[in-house]
Write a protein that binds this ligand. Structure first.
Ligand SMILES: [Zn+2]
Length: 320
C-alpha cells in the first residue's frame, strides 16, 4: 500500500503520522525528542519509530511516497536546508533533506513548523476548502504561515510569512529575539503580554490582581487572561493592546495577500472572544475595504495535528 509519512519535530516530542495518498490520517503517535549529543539521534529515532510501526501496521517503507518534516527553525525550502534549530540543539546549518534521505532511503521534504501548521489548517482545518489563508500562532513567540493559492509562500530567502516580526510597536519598547525592537512578537505573544503588563504596572497601574505575579516575577499570559475575565483594568488594557497590534498586522497582511481566513492558534488564542472581538473591532476600520470583505478571523481547529497534516500535504504537493 502507498503511504505518506509526516513528522512534526518539536523540542520535547516529535509527532508522527501515517497517511494514505489521499491524505487520510491512518495513525499518529509521539516519541520523545532526544536533544542530547547535539540532537544527533533525532532523525534516526524518527526513522526507527516508523520502521517499528511498520511491523504493527504492515507499513512497507518501500511503498512510502515520501516523508514531510516540520522543524522549529528557519528553512531554505528549495534546498532542503535547516538554518539551525536552538530547541533541538542543532546549532548549525543542517542539510536535513539529504541527511534523512540517506538514513531512510525515503524521499524527504522539509519546512518550518509554523509553515506546515498553516498548510495543515488550510487544507484540513479551519481553512478547509479555501486556497488563501494566513495562520497566526500566538504562543511563547508569534509564528505564522501564508498560504496563497494553496501554496505556502517562502520568499526569496525563506523568510516570508514571519508574521511575528512585522513592525507594529512604533514606540519600539521591547527587545525581540531577532535583534530588533517593535516586532509583533514583543507585544502579542505570551512574552509580549507579560512585557505590556510589567510596562503598565511600572507606569503606575499598580491596583491590579496581577500585582503579586509581577512583583514575584511569576506572571503568566494565562494569569493575565484570567484577570481580564474578572475585569481587572491592567489585564484588560494589555488584552486590548495585544488585539490592536494583531489587528494592525492583519490589516497589512490583508492588503498583501487578501486571505479568506485568518486562523489564530497557540496558547494566547485561548483568550477566545475576549481577544477576537477586540481584534475584529480594530481590524475592519483600518483595513482597505476590498481586502477585508468576506475575510473571517477564526480559531485553529487541528491543534497539535496541524503540523503532521501540513507536512503530509507538502509530500502530496511536491513529491507525489
Ligand atoms: Zn523580531
Amino acid at each position: 500500500m502507498k503511504r505518506i509519512l509526516a513528522a512534526d519535530i518539536g523540542g520535547t516530542t516529535c509527532k508522527l503520522g501515517v497517511f494514505t495518498p489521499d491524505l487520510e490520517l491512518l495513525d499518529k503517535w509521539e516519541i520523545p525528542t532526544d536533544t542530547t549529543d547535539e540532537g544527533s539521534r533525532i532523525l534516526e529515532d524518527i526513522h526507527q519509530s516508523f520502521k517499528s510501526k511498520g511491523d504493527d501496521h504492515e507499513l512497507n517503507l518501500a511503498g512510502v511516497i515520501g516523508i514531510g518534516l516540520g522543524v522549529p527553525g528557519p528553512v531554505d525550502f528549495n534546498n532542503g536546508i535547516l538554518n539551525g534549530a536552538i530547541n533541538l540543539n542543532w546549532m548549525e546549518q543542517k542539510p536535513i533533506v539529504s541527511e534523512f534521505e540517506s538514513i531512510s532511503g525515503i524521499r524527504t521534504i522539509v519546512d518550518n513548523d509554523a509553515n506546515v501548521a498553516a498548510l495543515g489548517e488550510q487544507f484540513k482545518g479551519a481553512g478547509s476548502g479555501h486556497k488563501d489563508v494566513v495562520m497566526v500562532t500566538l504562543g511563547t513567540g508569534v509564528g505564522g504561515g501564508v498560504v496563497s493559492n494553496s501554496m505556502l509562500i517562502h520568499g526569496h530567502g525563506g523568510a516570508a510569512g514571519e508574521i511575528g516580526h512585522l513592525y507594529v510597536d512604533y514606540n519600539r519598547r521591547f527587545q525581540c529575539n531577532c535583534g530588533k525592537k517593535g516586532c509583533l512578537e514583543t507585544v502579542a505573544s505570551a512574552t509580549g503580554m507579560k512585557n505590556l503588563a510589567v510596562h503598565y504596572y511600572e507606569s503606575g497601574m499598580t491596583d491590579t490582581l496581577l500585582k503579586n505575579g509581577i512583583e514575584a516575577g511569576t506572571l503568566s499570559a494565562k494569569s493575565i487572561v484570567e484577570a481580564g475575565e474578572k475585569d481587572d483594568a491592567l489585564a484588560l488594557k494589555v488584552i486590548d493592546e495585544v488585539a490592536h497590534y494583531i489587528a494592525v498586522a492583519l490589516s497589512s497582511l490583508s492588503a498583501v495577500t487578501n486571505p479568506k481566513y485568518f486562523i489564530l492558534g497557540g496558547g494566547v488564542s485561548r483568550a477566545g472572544r475576549m481577544l477576537t472581538d477586540r481584534i475584529e473591532a480594530y481590524y475592519r476600520p483600518i483595513t482597505f475595504p476590498p481586502a477585508y470583505e468576506n475575510t473571517e478571523i477564526v480559531m485553529a481547529e487541528l491543534g497539535n495535528d496541524a503540523g503532521i497534516y501540513g507536512a503530509a500535504r507538502l509530500v502530496k504537493q511536491f513529491l507525489a
